[in-house]
Design a protein around this ligand. Structure first.
Ligand code: HEM
Length: 403
């Protein structure tokens, strides 16, 4: 890794490729190099800026006027020829348009709707934990986190999401947000047969009656949302809410299995599963990075930034910044000020709109496990699935001992 000062943008230059396979498998050396290089750096292999410290990550995410999302939240600027993909009509638009759309969607996600979901999540979690206890040994990704989210989340939103198709589309989306490397090409090819299915799944005639998906189409009928926006938002829900929640639940389970003393705490006091999940997504952020584009020439932490340039906000690095966290590499469910301080769900105007859904799902599943399982342990080391924008587990071999 070489770090040199250049006059170009007065930012330190970091010549490391965070998307190289060895970095995706183990992102922590890159995260540290990024934080150590400065408050904002120029990432030479991709010609973009990058921030990895907690303070600057928060500034960039909060300042939607200087750091816009309409260039896309991936590495490529989706407004430029050759890099176009359909933008999210919520995440990849800027205020004031964003403010209007977000208000309309927030109305649909009412407290009553969320309460009903939570009841459904609890029932599904109990039924799944019955099965897992019978199995005793299972994969914490496929049989637990994935099985639960793929059952609970689509029925809450009002779409039908079969496993193979949904996982292939998710992998495509999160690889698409990085460079056009082998992972990108493989994921695009794997998802190709399912693109038409996905397009159809988010249309009005495919969504479940009485669901929030249907409610979004009804808001479109009133004119509060433009025509075409409802299906785009359902697409953003599925894209933003499936793989991320599977990853987050997987991380919490993995760390609890590795730390019997932490499991003992959630078993004794199941309400602590809330903190176990928050600490899980701080410790290994599912969305490793999100991008903004500088609206014009500007400065950050005393460093001059050129206009119309991408800036990566490395959420994973910020969530392990020792300037913010004591012993950041340790998983500790008693860590103070977790939710609201970590950046795993974003912050500011675009902060995760589905965070209560993800929290509801994780509390239901981890809570049911915590109450009914005395001990959880790894039967083999966990493995990770490399994806450009995301950190997620591939396999999590677990054994549980019931109460
Ligand atoms: C552990 C689970 C989750 C994680 C880690 C997560 C993470 C994030 C992050 C980091 C952002 C901000 C992105 C940015 O500022 O560029 C975001 C926004 C968003 N998330 Fe989530 N998310 C999760 C679950 C969900 C769920 C369940 C949904 C389903 C509705 C969802 C839907 C969205 C949407 C639509 C946005 C865009 C909001 C806006 O632009 O106003 N997410 N999420």
């Amino acid at each position: 890794m070489t770090i040199e000062a250049v006059g170009l943008a007065e930012a330190p230059v970091l010549d490391v490729d965070p998307y190289a396979m060895e970095m995706l498998r183990d992102p922590y050396p890159f995260q540290q190099a990024l934080r150590d290089a400065g408050p904002v750096v120029f990432l030479k292999p991709h010609g973009v800026y990058a921030v990895g410290r907690h303070a600057e990550a928060k500034v960039v995410l909060a300042d939607f006027e200087r750091f816009i999302t309409s260039g896309g939240i991936g590495l490529q600027d989706i407004r430029k020829p050759g890099d176009f993909r359909i933008p999210s009509r919520l995440l990849e638009i800027d205020p004031p348009d964003h403010t209007r759309v977000r208000a309309a969607v927030t109305k649909v996600l009412s407290p009553l709707v969320i309460r009903k979901w939570k009841e459904g999540f609890a029932e599904k979690a109990e039924a799944l934990v019955d099965k897992l206890i019978d199995m005793r040994e299972f994969d914490g990704v496929e049989h637990c986190a994935e099985a639960f989210v793929l059952q609970a989340f689509p029925s809450a939103v009002g779409v039908v999401l079969p496993r193979t198709e949904t996982l292939a589309i998710g992998e495509m989306r999160f690889n698409q947000s990085g460079p056009k490397n082998d992972l990108y090409n493989e994921a695009m090819a794997k998802a190709q047969p399912y693109l038409a299915w996905f397009e159809q799944t988010v249309q009005r005639d495919a969504v479940l009656p009485g669901s929030i998906a249907e409610m979004l189409f009804k808001v479109e009928d009133t004119g509060e949302l433009e025509s075409g926006v409802a299906s785009n938002i359902i697409r953003s829900f599925v894209g933003g809410g499936t793989d991320s929640t599977i990853a987050g639940i997987g991380f919490a389970l993995h760390q609890l299995a590795r730390n019997p003393a932490q499991w003992a705490k959630v078993h004794a006091e199941p309400a602590k599963v809330k903190a176990a999940f928050e600490e899980g997504i701080r410790h290994e952020s599912p969305f490793q990075v999100t991008y903004r584009t500088t609206a014009g020439p500007t400065e950050l932490a005393g460093i001059r930034l050129q206009g119309d340039t991408k800036i990566g906000v490395w959420l994973g690095a910020a969530n392990r910044d020792p300037r913010q966290w004591d012993a950041p590499d340790h998983y500790d469910i008693d860590r103070p000020q977790l939710a609201g301080t970590h950046t795993a769900m974003g912050t500011g105007a675009h902060a995760c709109i589905g965070q209560m859904i993800a929290r509801g799902e994780s509390e239901a599943l981890l809570g049911a496990l915590a109450r009914r399982v005395r001990q959880v342990s790894l039967t083999a080391p966990a493995t990770y699935r490399p994806i450009n924008q995301m950190r997620t587990l591939d396999r999590l071999p677990l054994r549980v001992e019931p109460k």
